[in-house]
Design a protein. Structure first.
Length: 257
């Protein structure tokens, strides 16, 4: 998996704010949790969902970006649950929507966006925001597959959930290896997650003080899936192990600071 600077250069460049953060990760992998936690630390997310029937605290996504990204995937012959095989092409309308969204944050010192589909359409964002900063999050493949199946039983089997996990997280791993972005694992240990997310917030220079001086967005009651005992396919296991290996040194460094 590669991310081409040539393909990004082929798209018209638009100046943007100096500090923009994209939160990258697979659906059902804690992207909303990480976005909400960084928002708690001062990251400007703009107008995003803060409540939903299937997500009590909201997915922290902009409906405009969700629609933009889904249309990009549709035109490439795919969707969020069917990553397209061919290259995603940003046409003039997509570029205009992107630029309008960027301009809405004029004057914000550091802002960001979160949508799992962004992993599939990054070139268009990089063309407009060459200094884009990124943070990745991942979750145990079995938990993601179980969550997808619980949410959409007619659409997902355990096998198709793991296949989709692999499609997204291959991209996340490739992006990390290309750019060295920080990685956070979403697991059952709230303390460990908050330590890792707090270290990321510090690395980004976010200065807001959370309520009572502690991160509060992670709530144990909102975490519903466990891994189960089924072995993972070899390729899935290898990618998961590689992500954990790359996240571990960062977590250790964050814990020491």
């Amino acid at each position: 998996m590669t991310f081409s600077s040539d393909s990004a250069a082929a798209i018209s460049e638009t100046p943007g704010p100096s500090r923009v953060v994209a939160i990258l990760g697979m659906h059902r992998s804690g992207t909303s949790l990480l976005a909400g936690t960084l928002q708690e630390c001062g990251l400007d997310l703009g107008a995003v969902s803060t409540s939903a029937p299937a997500n009590e605290k909201g997915n922290r996504e902009s409906w405009l970006l969700m629609a933009l990204h889904e249309d990009l995937l549709r035109q490439a012959g795919g969707a969020w649950d069917r990553p397209p095989a061919r290259q995603v092409v940003w046409d003039r309308l997509h570029l205009a929507v992107r630029d309008l969204y960027i301009s809405s944050f004029a004057g914000s010192p550091i802002w960001g966006f979160k949508d799992p589909r962004a992993l599939l359409v990054l070139d268009g964002w990089l063309a407009a925001l060459p200094g884009l900063e990124t943070v990745g999050i991942f979750r145990h493949p079995g938990e993601v597959a179980a969550s997808l199946r619980q949410r959409m039983p007619a659409r997902f089997t355990p096998e198709s959930g793991l296949a989709l996990w692999l499609a997204y997280n291959r991209r996340l791993l490739a992006w990390h290896d290309c750019n060295g972005c920080p990685l956070v694992e979403y697991g059952a240990d709230r303390t460990a997650f908050n330590a890792a997310a707090g270290a990321v917030a510090g690395r980004l220079g976010l200065s807001a003080t959370p309520v009572h001086g502690e991160l509060t967005f992670y709530e144990d009651r909102l975490r519903h899936q466990s891994t189960g005992g089924d072995p993972l396919p070899a390729e899935v296991s290898e990618v998961y192990a590689a992500l954990r290996e790359r996240a571990a040194p960062q977590a250790a460094a964050g814990g020491d600071s």
